[in-house]
Design a protein. Structure first.
Length: 101
């Protein structure tokens, strides 16, 4: 996984590999049941992650590219604002209609 991967918006902690070795069962439980990602660090370098299995998809290259594209769209102002939920849902319906759905 790349160093600049975009994480999910849940708790991420860093821990040295030495410390993680002492607490591995806890770290696994925190990932599995608490949605906590632990980044393992040695000599100041991030080496690996303990990630909840159901959330691992976000680190796939395809999804990382989608996240980067979304951030670029936000940075470039390529966004649309809606007055309310109904306007937003109507917009989604029109996109669906255009796509033939």
């Amino acid at each position: 996984m790349s160093e600049n991967a975009v994480p999910l918006p849940y708790e991420v902690q860093e821990m040295t590999t030495t410390e993680a070795r002492k607490h591995l069962p806890e770290l696994v439980n925190m990932a599995a049941y608490g949605h906590v990602t632990t980044v393992l660090v040695r000599d100041g370098r991030r080496l690996a992650r303990i990630v909840p299995e159901e959330d691992a998809w976000v680190y796939s290259p395809a999804w990382q590219e989608k996240l980067r594209q979304a951030e670029a769209d936000l940075d470039a102002g390529r966004t649309q604002t809606f007055a309310d939920d109904e306007e937003f849902l109507s917009h989604l319906d029109s996109i669906d209609d255009q796509a033939g759905g």
